[in-house]
Design a protein around this ligand. Sequence first.
Ligand code: SF4
Length: 481
Amino acid sequence: MSLNAKTVRIAGSRPKKKAVSRQNKDNLYARIDESKFNRYVVHDLPRYRKYLSEGGAAIYSADELDALEEAGVSDRLPPRATGYYLDLAKRSDAVKNLIKARPEEMDDLSGEADPSNQLKYSPIPGLLHKYELCLVYVVRTCSSWCRYCYRSDFLTGKTGKDTASIHEVKDYIETHNAKVETGEITDKPKVREVLLSGGDPMVLSNRNLFDYLNGLAEAGVEVIRIGTKEMAFFPERFDDNFFEMLDLFHEVHPNVLVAFMVHFTHADEFLRLNEAGEYVRNERGGYLRNPLVERAATRLKSRPFVTLENQTPIIDGVNDDADALRLMQRELKRMGVNNHYFFQCREIEGFRAFAVPVEKAWKLHAESQHGLSGIERSRFALSTEAGKMEMVSVIDGDERLRALGGELGEALADGLVIFRLHRTPYSDRQSDIVIARRNPDALWISGYEDRILYDGRVHDAGDKWAPLLAALAPALLQAAE
Ligand code: SF4
C-alpha cells in the first residue's frame, strides 16, 4: 500500500454521517447520557501565565515561561494539562516532568515528522493497517499532552492525518475481510481487532464513542482496544454515564471484548500521595491508591468483557529508575492492570530532550524485572517501521576479541545487542532477530543501522548475513586464495 491522495485528507473534512450511524437506533442512543465535565484544561503558554497569576500550581516560574516562549516550544507542541494533573504535579516530579516543556526540546529538532512512516500503512484516512489489527484515529486531542507524545504530528496536524470516518472504516474492514475469505487477499488475515486511538478516545462524548464501538462491532470486529491515558489525566471521566454506555454496548454486542490500553508512566499517577509527595501506606505496609483511579480501575475490571493493559515509554526524568519501574509493574498488577509493553521513546522531532539511550533503557527495564513474578513482568520494545522489535539482550564484549580484526573483531570486543521481531507486518519475518554491534549512545534503531551483523528484517534469507559477509569480505577472499 502506498501513500496516495486518499490517505491524506484536509483535517476537519471527515464525512460526518451521525444521522446515518444512528438511524433506527433511537432506542439505543436515548439510553446514553452525557456528563458535563470540568477538566479545566490549561493549554499553551499564555494560559499557563494566567493560571500562574490566579494562584494555580507553580509548574513553571515566570522566568521559565519566558524561556519557553523564547525557545518556541509551542511550535513543536504546546504544553497542555488538566487542573487535576497539574495538582498532582505539585506533589510529584515524575508527573511534573511528563507534562513540563523543556527549552532544550528545540535545540535539536531532528527526528521523524511521521514516526515509523505510518502514512505508508494508511489505506484510507485515519486508519492504519500495518499488523493484523487496524489502528483508527478517532480524535485529535488528549486532555493533557505528554511532552514525548509519539502522536504529536497528529495532535498538531503537521502531517495532514485526519480522524477516521466510521463509515469508511466499516466499509474498509468489511471489504478487506470479504477479500480474505475469497482468497483475493492473502498477505493479511481478517481484521478481528481494532485499536481506537488519537489523541485519546476517552475525551469523546459517550455517544460519539458509541458510534465507533458499535460501528466496529457491526463490521465484525471481535476485540476493540481503547488507547487512553485518561485514567491518569482525568479519572473522573470514568463515571456512571460512561459505564452505562459501556454496558449498553455489551448488551448489544455481548461477544466483543473491550481492551483498555491504559498509559500509566509512573506509580505516582495511581498510588496515593500525601501533600509531601510520599506514598501513603495501609496498616499492613501496603500502598494505598489514588481513590479516583482505583474506582475507575475497579469498575472496569469488574466487567468480564473488559481487560486492562498498560504500556508506556521510558522517559528521562520521569520513569528512568529501575526501582520506580518495578514498583509500578507490581502495583499495576495488584490493581488489575496487566503490564504489556515498555517502549523506547520514539524518534519524534525533538525527542533527544527526553529520550534515554536505548541500552540504558534496556538495562533499567531488565533490572526492574528482578524480583517480579512471571505475571508481573513486561517487555521492552522499539516500535519501528519494521515492527515491534523487542530488545532481548545486551551482551558485554571481550577486549581480547579485538585481535580478530575487522568489523567482527570490533563488534565482539564492543559487545552486541539483540532484538527480536516481536510483531511485524511480514509473516516471513515473525520472531526473526537482528544482531548489531553495541552503541551506548544510540537513541533509536537508526543508531544501529551501520553496525548490523545479522538482519532478520530483510525478506531474502540469503541477505540476512549480508552485512557481516561484507565486513568479512577481505578475510574471506584471502582465505579462498
Ligand atoms: S496520552 Fe498518548 S496521544 Fe495523548 S499526549 Fe500522551 S502520548 Fe500523546
